[in-house]
Each structure stands twice: as structure tokens, then as C-alpha cells.
Design a protein around this ligand. Structure first.
Ligand code: HEM
Length: 411
């Protein structure tokens, strides 16, 4: 039975504890949910969310001027339109597809092996804190062309601060100051790197952004900083969440885990696609209505801020059969298309601003999970651990303590 409450709020503790328990309520009873404290509307039906994300005339990303720009130190890709967006997006895409992608799988494997070496003999680790999160930061720095060994020790917490600003629905002045401080530190770290890449460009993404000129898109230091921060946050934030959610769901479904272990080449991509549908790490996508719009008979005034509730749209029974079940065999998803513009699920968004890193996200998660599965013999939730997720905008396990058969250090 879906939960129903007339005074329901997205900002309530009940929603924060388990948003999926309220998705049916939102779709069926409050498809245009108004949140007075935020002065914003929340849309939850698959059809409505897709419409908002693909009707670029009627819904803009202008809201990012206040939600992202202050910590990104400039405009991010999602704020751009037209020729500028196409040209700059192409530069980023080139670094995350084709030959670059194959090279990056090696990078991912090397970082994962290094982080795993001291953990495997213990027979217990936190998949998020001990492994997934540090891995996501290292891999992203590396694929951007930033030297992992030379990066400041606190860089992960600075990235977290910038992310908190972008994803925080309610941010007090103290946290806001902290986030802006993190952004200033990241900017100061990047300044000499950008100067050096302008002098001696290489093949890396930072160099490509520094030297881009075609189509009149020569970029200032501020432009480059913003795009580097954009990719740093966009690639790091969902990565450990996707990996941890994948393992959570597979351990919860032992028969599916056993099949994925037996046939990882075929079934691991399906399990990743289903994880992204079932529990998208990016749960909300904001937009601004240019003019009055009508959804489910309710009028949204011009200028309204609209949040697309991706998690609810991904469980819409109009699109996915038995949507609240985790099922790697579901026929209505399609593994191959799940990482492309033709995806049925909306975990990567839709339309012009659909994620540029989808192919990379698949390769990264697949590479790491394929490494982990044979190493984590008998993997199970650590006895006594309590599963907890956090986040309204992006969401994932706070920690995922796992026990497994320890691997002798020598092997
Ligand atoms: C499972 C992992 C990931 C998920 C779930 C995810 C999700 C998303 C979503 C929902 C959007 C749409 C935002 C909007 O419409 O406003 C997006 C856009 C974007 N993502 Fe990802 N992302 C992932 C991984 C990555 C990676 C690895 C990168 C690294 C390049 C990346 C870079 C970006 C960028 C730059 C955009 C903006 C694209 C544009 O505006 O043209 N993402 N992502």
C-alpha cells in the first residue's frame, strides 16, 4: 500500500529515511507536489519528468546560476546552450569515450588494486569509506589529467564541500560559508595547474580545455576552472554510490548475485543498469519554467523552480512492470541502451544535458565490480551493521560494511 499523508513534505524525516516508500504517493496523489518551504514544485511521473528534461524551450537550467555557479567559480556545462554547449560538451565527451575509455579502464584497475591490497587480508571493509569514495576521487583526478600523488591531502573533503552546496536543498549560512571556502581552495589548487597546461599542453582534459579554440570557444582561466570542477563533482559524487548500491542489491538478492558471478560479462552490465533504474544516485534534477505550464491539471506559474524526482519516475508502473522489484532480467529496460540517449530510465537525465559520463560510469563500475566479485568470496553485510542511506538530491549508502573470506596477503 502506498503511504498517503495530506501534509506530506519532501523535507520531512519520513521522506529522508526512505524516499521510495513515498514515490507512489507522489505519482498518484501529488504528481505536482508543492513544497512551500522551498517555493518549488516536484514532478514524479516518468512522462512529466521526461517532458521537463527534453522541452528546452519551456524549461531552462537558469536555476544553476544560484545552485551551482557560486561554488563552480563559473558556468557549468548544464548552464550552456546552443553552439557553446555543443562545442564544450564535445571536448568533455572525447575524454570519456572511445580509445580514451579503454585507457581509463586500465587506470581504474590500477587504482582499485592499490586500494584493495591492504583491505583484502582483513576479511572486512566498508565498501564506501574504505574503497569506493577514495577510488572515485583518485580515478576522476587521473582521467582529468591531475596528478593524484601531488593532489592536496584534503582534496576529497573540498570536493565534498562543493558537492554539498550544489546538492543541499536547505543550507544554513555556516555550511554555505564552508562550501564556498572549499571551492576557493580547489580554485587555488587548480590555478597553477591551468597556468602550466597553458604553457605545456598535454593530451589530458585540462590541457584540451586550456587550448580549445574552434568555434570561438577559447576559454578563460575561470571557464576552465568551472568545467574542471564540474567534471570533478559530476564524476565523483555518483560513483561510489552506484558501486555500493549495486553490491547492496546483489547481496539482498543472492540468486541474482550467483548468476552475475557465473556470467559477469553479460549480467554485470544488466545489474548496473537495473541499479541505476531502481536507485538512481542522482535523485533530483532542477529546472526553471520559462512560461506557465500545466501538468496533471495543475498550473505551474512562469518562473517556477521545478525538481524532477528521478527516483519516482524510474519506478513509474506506466513504464516499468513491477517497478519496485530489483530484477536484472527485466525486459523493459534494455542494458545496451541504458547507457545511451535512448535509455528508458532517467538516471542520467534526458535531452541536451543528458550525462556525458554515462559510458564512463558504466566502464568504471563494471571494471571495479568485475574485480571485486571473485575477490570477495562469501560476501555478506557485516553482522551487527545497520544499513542507512542519506541524501535527497544525490542519495546512497552512508557506509556499506562487508565481511568476506579473507584473502591471504601473498595471493
Ligand atoms: C552513475 C554515474 C552518473 C550518474 C548517475 C550521472 C547523472 C547525471 C545526470 C542526472 C545528469 C543530468 C543533469 C541535468 O540534466 O541537469 C548528468 C549530467 C552530467 N554529467 Fe553525469 N552522472 C554520472 C557520471 C558522470 C561522470 C563519470 C561524468 C564525467 C564526465 C559526468 C559528467 C556529467 C556532466 C558534465 C553533465 C552535464 C552535461 C550537460 O549539461 O551537457 N557524469 N549526469
Amino acid at each position: 500500500m502506498p503511504l498517503v499523508r495530506p501534509d506530506f513534505s519532501i523535507l520531512s524525516e519520513e521522506y529522508a529515511a526512505a524516499p521510495h516508500r513515498w514515490f507512489a504517493h507522489l505519482r498518484e496523489r501529488a504528481p505536482v507536489h508543492h513544497e512551500p518551504a522551498l517555493g518549488s514544485f516536484f514532478l514524479s511521473r516518468h512522462e512529466d519528468v521526461r517532458r521537463v528534461l527534453t522541452d528546452h524551450e519551456a524549461f531552462t537550467t537558469d536555476i544553476l546560476e544560484v545552485r551551482a555557479e557560486p561554488v563552480m567559480r563559473g558556468r557549468v556545462l548544464a548552464q550552456m546552450t546552443g553552439a557553446e554547449h555543443t562545442a564544450k560538451r564535445r571536448i568533455v565527451v572525447r575524454s570519456f569515450t572511445g580509445d580514451a575509455l579503454r585507457e581509463q579502464a586500465r587506470t581504474v584497475r590500477a587504482h582499485a588494486a592499490e586500494l584493495l591490497a591492504p583491505l583484502l587480508p582483513r576479511g572486512r571493509f566498508d565498501l564506501v569509506g574504505d574503497f569506493g569514495r577514495p577510488l572515485a576521487v583518485r580515478v576522476t583526478l587521473d582521467v582529468l589529467g591531475l596528478d593524484v600523488r601531488d593532489a592536496p591531502p584534503r582534496i576529497a573533503s573540498w570536493i565534498a564541500g562543493v558537492t554539498e552546496f550544489v546538492t543541499g536543498l536547505v543550507l544554513g549560512p555556516g555550511r554555505r560559508r564552508h562550501c564556498l571556502d572549499c571551492a576557493e581552495r580547489l580554485e587555488a589548487y587548480l590555478a597553477p595547474v591551468i597556468a602550466e597546461r597553458r604553457r605545456r599542453p598535454g593530451e589530458d582534459l585540462v590541457s584540451r580545455l586550456c587550448t580549445a579554440e574552434s568555434g570561438g570557444i577559447a576559454m578563460s582561466d575561470r571557464d576552465v576552472t568551472a568545467l574542471v570542477l564540474n567534471v570533478l563533482v559530476a564524476a565523483t559524487e555518483p560513483a561510489d554510490k552506484t558501486l555500493a548500491l549495486l553490491f547492496k542489491h546483489l547481496i539482498d538478492h543472492p540468486a541474482q548475485l550467483a548468476r552475475v558471478r557465473r556470467d559477469p560479462d553479460r549480467l554485470l552490465p544488466a545489474a548496473i543498469a537495473e541499479t541505476l533504474r531502481y536507485t538512481p544516485p542522482v535523485q533530483l534534477i532542477p529546472r526553471q519554467a520559462v512560461r506557465e505550464a500545466v501538468f496533471a491539471g495543475t498550473v505551474l506559474p512562469a518562473g517556477s523552480t521545478v525538481y524532477c524526482v528521478v527516483g519516482a519516475a524510474n519506478r513509474d508502473p506506466e513504464v516499468f512492470a513491477d517497478p519496485d522489484s530489483f530484477d536484472i532480467d527485466r525486459a523493459d529496460l534494455g542494458t545496451a541502451r541504458s547507457f545511451t540517449a535512448a535509455a528508458q530510465h532517467l538516471a542520467f537525465g534526458a535531452g541536451l544535458h543528458q550525462c556525458v559520463g554515462a559510458a564512463f560510469a558504466r566502464a568504471e563500475t563494471e571494471t571495479v565490480a568485475a574485480m571485486l566479485l571473485p575477490l570477495l568470496d562469501g560476501v555478506r553485510f557485516s553482522p551487527g551493521s545497520r544499513y542507512r542511506e542519506a541524501g535527497l538530491y544525490t542519495r546512497g549508502p552512508v557506509a556499506l560494511p562487508l565481511d568476506f573470506t579473507p584473502l591471504r596477503a601473498a595471493s
